[in-house]
Design a protein around this ligand. Sequence first.
Ligand SMILES: [Zn+2]
Length: 466
Amino acid sequence: MPFSQPAVIRSRRVVLPDGERPADVLIRDGKIEQIATHGSLLAGDRPDVAGGLTDLGDTALLPGLVDTHVHVNEPGRTEWEGFATATRAAAAGGVTTIIDMPLNSIPPTTTVDGLVAKRKTAEGQAWVDLGFWGGAVPGNVPDLEPLHREGVFGFKSFLAPSGVDEFPHVEAADLEAALAEQARIGALAIIHAEDPAVLAAAPQQPGVHYRDFLASRPADAETAAVANLLDTARRTGARVHILHVSSAAVLPLLRQAREDGVRVTAETCPHYLTLAAEQVPDGDTAFKCCPPIRDEGNRDRLWEALANGEFIAVVSDHSPSTPDLKLLPEYGGSGDFAAAWGGIASLQLGLPAIWTEARRRGHGLVDVVRWMSGGPAELAGLTATKGAIAVGRDADLVAFDPDGEFAVHAAGLHHRNPVTPYAGRTLTGVVRTTWLRGRVVDTGAEPFGRQLTRPAAATTPTDRPS
Ligand SMILES: [Zn+2]
């Protein structure tokens, strides 16, 4: 190996799947080789460990986060985001694996040619490990099996318009066909669930008031879409994953479906768990995403569900655009929520945002790591290599100061455009160092992220909760 002499990282707070404890972690050839008693390695008994010791003291050692929901947008909309900027932001935020969404890039990842274009463009640009979702759109059923063979992690579909013309949403018959094919080939269907008929019937009042935007994307749009999706999943036997659940009203539907044997998982996002409609200033379209950030009572119910294991993952849904498309008033825009691009840009801030709120609610780092590393790794079928500090896994690690604080300045973030709804907030938890396969990620040097494919044996993650 060109790097990673055997080395030891020592911390009094190593976050393992079953708890935090003081430990020495021995790394060799980019993998975790041993987890030993704190202070026991390099005490003269391991002369083979030439890479030295990094003693973190009380700074916690976490497994690198796995973010299965990132829109990189390159090629085609590189001015919105790109592989270099997105993965640099990821590394700075403690995220060591991202899975890129199939849309907003041009071409979208709905054909093997589209996937090849992505992979070529990403070459030599990735600071973290990187995989790709495919897309299931009307008419591309014949493309799904070839994409699956090429190693995409599953297929995203929209049940309502996606916001970009080249990635159309599926109607009932398209969805049925796509899910039947995915059941046949053993692929995971990941779904943006809002119902277009409910959206069309909702009051549409443009302008700077967030409550008007919220009324235009009601919770009923999510519950109606999820109900239809679960019916189709039941009929086809496909395994489905609900992306970015924003309304807690869908949770009883998911519970019932699981009881009926439907294979369904769900995720939510830092912005739904840490922000609330009541706080959104007029015209601040940095907060606009679809489905929308809802009220504080809803947020509490999402936290209860998270604590109960009803979400397999908390992932960013990082979906930036240029500030002019956000219509941000500070860039001369109108602040009109109806017309602004819908997407939250905050890949770098997910860990401290969630930690700040999780700690306030009595959760520990073990919980945060389960939601943001172990769970998403399981969703993507990557638990042989990612998602935990455990012997044999990749030494993807993060030195995280759980008591450090920092104020968010949008311009100081690594993603391409300086827009974030967290601007001006003080967050708790600072990423000090990120290691990818045993090597410190230094964004001043050459990137060494690898492109990942879906492990063949891992097409069917276990259902949750069991
Ligand atoms: Zn998304």
